[in-house]
Design a binder for this molecule. Structure first.
Ligand code: TRP
Length: 455
């Protein structure tokens, strides 16, 4: 079925498969767990609007850049830069990406493990008749226990490994295609319940009426970092996926669709959560536990809550899985194509390595929480460094590479495959990747880092 492609590499089998896999990568814990929690920490609506600005001006052009680099080179992220810019240091951007992937998946697996534990809690009816305070201590006690979260994290990593071993078309694409739509339906049902709670209006105001005076340099940097994190940008996930996209695909349309889907789902998650946060008197800035503490309160207050709570955490786990496979795939493609290790062995090696780092992330929530760097425990440190440093840095180089190194002719040739190129849109894209995206990243970066005092 696959059209014109290089012989030995996998390729997505259909256009819908491409969207489902790329959207499956983008939509994950970033949208449902991380977005509401950092929006809560950084003041709600003001953070949301800055984030939306970054999505449009930086995220979308960088996504199209990644797809372009990937499909043009038909290679893993390190090999992509090596092929397109032979003998130059550009391939270091690929190295940066592989490192970022390992760091992200380490803590990502931990949160996905929490989600699996919450499936079990939901099945055993653990949320029933608990006060918001009790639900909060249930979460805190759980993440601080040494053993259980690690077992779930390892279980999740094994699932991720299993799907990646099966391969792109039979593994990644097949699972993403039917699981993503179910998740969207359940979030919409949650929305309906959330906005009809008593006191919902205050939550909606928090999410949609901006008070820009609340914004800090650190908040703006986090909005930028999260734009990259949520869209799976800045480390080569979408370079790698781009390398599996057939020549008949319209890359620009795909990028727009994925960006819109990802952004809508983050906003829907916000609408499911903030009304409930205020209705139940939970602190919006309460951190990584926000979703896990808030939603069980909502499930208690809705008909069929038992059933929906199981379904929700199950699908959250699945959403995490369609993202985690895309992160692991970056490392695996690199091991396979650059270090010439077989696919299966590469996958096992990468999983074990990342799993071990993840165990320390998990322990840093409880047993090892005294060990901090810049005031952050190991989990938060990996999250902060990868999202706020490595991804924007990767994005900066990716946009510079496409804008200045590839140049208009090569970009046009790649984008013209499977599409009619509209000349002025191409010019806008090139202007964005040449000047706006790198300029904005550099400014936010320097500002944010200056504000953030590294001891
Ligand atoms: N975007 C995913 C989420 O929102 C996580 C993810 C997948 C990711 N691939 C990535 C983040 C690459 C950064 C870079 O949950």
């Amino acid at each position: 079925m696959a059209k014109k492609t290089l012989p030995i590499r996998d390729v997505f089998s259909s256009k819908f498969g491409v969207i489902a896999a790329a959207a499956g990568s983008a939509v994950g814990l970033g949208n449902i767990w991380k977005f509401p929690y950092i929006a809560g920490v950084y003041g709600g609506a003001a953070f949301l609007f800055v984030y939306l600005g970054f999505i449009a001006l930086i995220g979308l052009p960088v996504m199209l850049s990644e797809f372009t680099i990937g499909r043009k080179s038909r290679s893993n992220v390190f090999g992509a830069f090596k092929n397109l810019a032979p003998g130059s240091p550009w391939k270091l951007v690929g190295m940066l990406g592989v490192a970022a992937a390992a760091m992200i998946l380490a803590f990502y697996g931990v949160v996905a493990g929490w989600s699996i534990d919450y499936v079990v809690k939901a099945v055993s009816g653990n949320f029933a008749a608990k006060s918001p305070g009790e639900l909060e201590s249930m979460f805190t006690n759980f993440i601080e226990t040494p053993l259980t979260p690690i077992l779930y994290q390892i279980f999740f990593m094994i699932l991720t490994m299993g799907i990646v071993i099966i391969g792109v078309k039979d593994g990644i694409e097949k699972y993403a295609k039917f699981l993503m739509p179910i998740l969207i339906v359940i979030i919409i049902i949650l929305n309906i319940r959330a906005v009809t709670l008593e006191g919902a209006a205050e939550g909606l105001r928090f999410l949609f009426y901006p008070d820009f005076s609340k914004l800090t340099a650190d908040g703006v940097l986090s909005a930028l970092g999260h734009a990259f994190f949520s869209l799976s940008l800045g480390m080569g996930t979408l370079v790698t996926y781009g390398s599996y996209i057939g020549d008949d695909n319209n890359l620009a349309v795909t990028a727009v669709q994925v960006t819109i889907a990802d952004t809508l789902i983050a906003i829907l998650a916000g609408i499911a959560i903030f009304p409930a946060v205020f209705a139940f008197g939970i602190e919006p800035s309460s951190g990584p536990g926000l979703v896990f503490i808030t939603l069980p309160n909502v499930f208690q207050q809705m008909p069929g809550g038992y059933f929906f709570s199981i379904l929700f955490f199950l699908l959250l786990t699945v959403a995490a899985l369609t993202s985690s496979i895309s992160i692991l795939e970056v490392v695996v493609a690199y091991f396979r194509e650059e270090l010439k290790i077989k696919r299966n062995l590469s996958t096992v090696l990468a999983t074990v390595l990342i799993g071990i780092i993840g165990v320390f992330c998990s322990l840093s929530m409880g047993m090892l929480k005294e060990y901090t760097t810049f005031g952050l425990n190991f989990f938060d440190l990996l999250d902060w460094i990868s999202a706020n440093l490595l991804l924007p840095l990767g994005g900066l180089f990716i946009s510079l590479f496409v804008g200045w190194y590839l140049g208009r002719k090569k970009i046009e040739a790649e984008l013209a495959k499977g599409a009619g190129v509209v000349s002025w849109l191409l010019s806008v894209f090139i202007f964005l990747v040449k000047f706006i995206a790198p300029g904005a990243i550099a400014i936010v970066f320097l500002h944010g880092l200056g504000f953030f005092n590294f001891g």
